[in-house]
Design a protein around this ligand. Structure first.
Ligand code: AHM
Ligand code: MG
Length: 343
């Protein structure tokens, strides 16, 4: 039987942090609670996903005669609904929606903006492989209605809170409000996120690289040479780096945060319409850049910090290299040496 000792849950953790800053308004506590609430609902559906196939296929009716929604559409709606009506936000952008979303009629317009990818890892959703939610929060900079998009178009440097939810073998929420990176694991029996990781720090150097190597022919010379280099004997360990690639950024970055090494999605020449690679600045790269920076790591576009990129478009894509400081500076060196022409 349990001994009755209970760790800290997410709410208490944020509340304690808030007490350390008497000037805090408590809004961040409210924001993270609302994100956690939405994440619990999405987590419940993710866990049932395999059964949906048995009950009725997406877009068709299940046995109760209800329409079964696609999981990513469901997650998108849950987050928009909960966050839009929370009173904390003036504007919301999600990877699923072409335009930013304003607060519904009758609800308070808050002091923050939030950008999120409600369910990242779309290619893994149907296969019982880890997927996730990514989010970042900025303080509102506009005063008037109608100017809202500017509240989203702020660089990662100005993020005040970011995090992700990993729907894996357990559901985890990892978050930073600029005061360390902390992890909470969902105990489904009590419906609470309990603190499981305190002050996550990325090792300065890792021995794992994570990239979709099928794109090798489409990369620049610098990136190709860097990957070739990682396959040579590493001076520190006497063996080449190991490759690990799940294809869900949240899962690959979670491992990178805990074990070190480097996660990459470089620009490639596969699709001329996507010169910045695949990953989106607002929903994927900037939040993770903020988290790795607060865990003692680094995130780069290959030529500079991701945190300094000022968004020009809601759905802008940027090349992304993130993880251990040593590894990120090494890829920057290869890019600097071989990719001056940017091919
Ligand atoms: P998504 O937003 O459509 O899910 O795409 C983003 C995902 C990331 O989670 C992952 O790192 C990447 O796409 C994988 O892409 P690829 O299949 O090209 O390797
Ligand atoms: Mg995504």
């Amino acid at each position: 039987m349990a001994d009755g000792k209970v760790g800290t849950n997410l709410t208490r953790h944020i509340y304690q942090k808030q007490m350390e800053h008497p000037e805090a308004t408590g809004e961040l506590t409210g924001i993270l609670n609302q994100v956690a609430f939405a994440a619990k609902i999405v987590s419940r559906e993710v866990n049932k996903a395999g059964l949906v196939e048995i009950l009725g296929l997406t877009g068709m009716e299940n046995v109760q005669g209800e329409e079964v929604q696609k999981l990513d559409d469901f997650a998108n709606e849950v987050f928009i609904n909960i966050l839009g009506k929370s009173g904390h936000f003036c504007i919301i952008a999600t990877e699923e929606e072409a335009e930013a979303i304003t607060v519904p009629e009758g609800y308070k317009r808050g002091n923050y903006s939030i950008a999120l990818d409600p369910l990242d890892g779309s290619s893994n959703i149907d296969f019982n492989i880890a997927i996730g939610t990514i989010f970042s929060v900025h303080r509102r900079v506009t005063e008037d209605e109608g100017e809202g998009e500017q509240d989203l178009m702020q660089p990662g440097r100005k993020i005040i809170a970011a995090g992700y939810v990993l729907y894996g073998s357990s559901t985890m929420l990892v978050v930073s409000t600029g005061d360390g990176v902390h992890g909470f694991t969902l105990d489904p029996s009590v419906g609470e996120f309990l603190q499981s990781h305190t002050d996550i720090q990325i090792p300065d150097k890792g021995n794992i690289y994570s990239i979709n190597e099928g794109n090798y022919p489409y990369w620049t010379t610098g990136v190709r040479k860097y990957i070739d280099f990682l396959k040579e004997k590493d001076k520190a360990s006497g063996r080449p780096y190991s490759g690990r690639y799940i294809g869900s950024m949240v899962a690959d970055m979670h491992r990178t945060l805990l074990k070190g090494g480097i996660f990459m999605y470089p620009a490639d020449k596969k699709d001329p319409k996507k010169p910045g690679g695949k990953l989106r600045l607002l929903y994927e790269c900037a939040p993770f850049a903020f988290l790795v920076a607060h865990a003692g790591g680094a995130a780069s576009t290959g030529t500079g910090p991701v945190l300094d990129v000022v968004p020009e478009d809601l759905h802008q894509r940027v090349p992304f290299f993130a993880g251990s400081k040593h590894d990120v500076s090494q890829v920057e060196w290869f890019v600097g040496k071989y990719d001056e022409d940017k091919e």
